[in-house]
Design a protein around this ligand. Structure first.
Ligand SMILES: Cc1ncc(COP(=O)(O)O)c(C=O)c1O
Length: 288
């Protein structure tokens, strides 16, 4: 058996970079050639939708690929090209696209009318099932993740009489002011590991919104304990995903989750699990 030792030094690096550029150029040319339908749709979309997409996360360079349909684990783009879908709508499409039983259930429900602004028996039945699976006493349905985390934070503030929200560095919890800090910050505004910076994600936030946020690193119970010891009486809640999904998937240390639970209880801080993504994907009843 022979092994190849990779070349070292400036010249080797230059060769690698040149090869990377070459691959990028070939692949970009192939992409542009194969996605002309997406390019055409982008020309229409960009006039009426920011970045030509319905959510800024979906923007693409030089343009986004538009999907026209899905079945099971496969999707097709505007040009009819087939892809294996490893994204699954952020995990929400856990049983695949257009599952026949779901299509039938939606069709049947829609045939009876879709919106009455009045509670239906189905809503009660569905709520009972969620409570059973997640071990909840009560629940309130929300239309989006943003709305859910906004309400959870408001309830925590009302229950504690405190204002400050603590979040994990690099986590995303929706686009309301309370949590629009430190969401994949650029390296130059990240701050240190000890005390990550409260880098705002957007303009248009209330000017002193940063006074009501604290940011801590994930999987670091000591950092959380230090913050709670310093500012505990001001902190209404800690919001976090049990497994971080905004910067790739970062699994929690189980001892960390237990310690966080203890620290929150000890300091009277409401512990909010944001399971917008992990909810039904980690397990039928969410994370432990
Ligand atoms: C963990 C988490 N919380 C909240 C949200 C916000 O959800 P929505 O886009 O439905 O407002 C997201 C969206 O990706 C999310 O990943």
């Amino acid at each position: 058996m022979t092994t190849t030792v990779p070349p070292r030094g400036e010249a080797a690096l230059e060769r690698l970079l040149a090869r990377a550029r070459e691959i990028a150029e070939t692949e970009t040319a192939r992409l542009l050639e194969r996605t002309r339908g997406s390019a055409r749709l982008y020309e229409r979309a960009r006039h009426i939708l920011p970045f030509g997409v319905v959510s800024s996360f979906q923007k693409g360079s030089p343009y986004p690929i538009y999907v026209s349909r899905g079945a099971g684990s496969h999707i097709w783009d505007q040009d009819g090209q087939e892809y294996l879908d490893f994204h699954g709508g952020f995990g929400a499409m856990v049983v695949g696209h257009a599952h026949p039983r779901i299509v039938e259930a939606v069709r049947e429900a829609a045939s009876r009318g879709t919106h009455f602004a009045v509670t239906t028996e189905e809503a009660v039945e569905y709520g009972e099932e969620i409570c059973r699976r997640f071990g909840l006493e009560m629940l309130r349905f929300a239309n989006s993740g943003t709305e859910a985390t906004m309400d959870a934070i408001r309830v925590a503030r009302a229950a504690t009489g405190r204002d400050v929200v603590c979040k994990i560095e690099g986590s995303y919890h929706g686009h309301h002011d309370a949590v629009m800090f430190s969401v994949i910050p650029n390296a130059d505004v990240m701050g240190g590991r000890e005390r990550p910076a409260k880098a705002p994600v957007s303009r248009g936030l209330v000017k002193d919104a940063h006074r009501y946020i604290e940011v801590v690193p994930f999987n670091d119970a000591e950092a959380l304990e230090r913050l709670f010891t310093e500012r505990g009486p001001d902190i209404a809640c800690l919001i976090m995903e049990p497994a971080m999904m905004n910067i790739g998937i970062v699994l929690p240390d189980l001892a960390y989750l237990r310690r966080v639970r203890e620290l929150c209880t000890r300091h009277g801080v409401v512990f909010i699990y944001d399971e917008i993504k992990t909810g039904f994907t980690i397990a039928a009843g969410g994370a432990p």
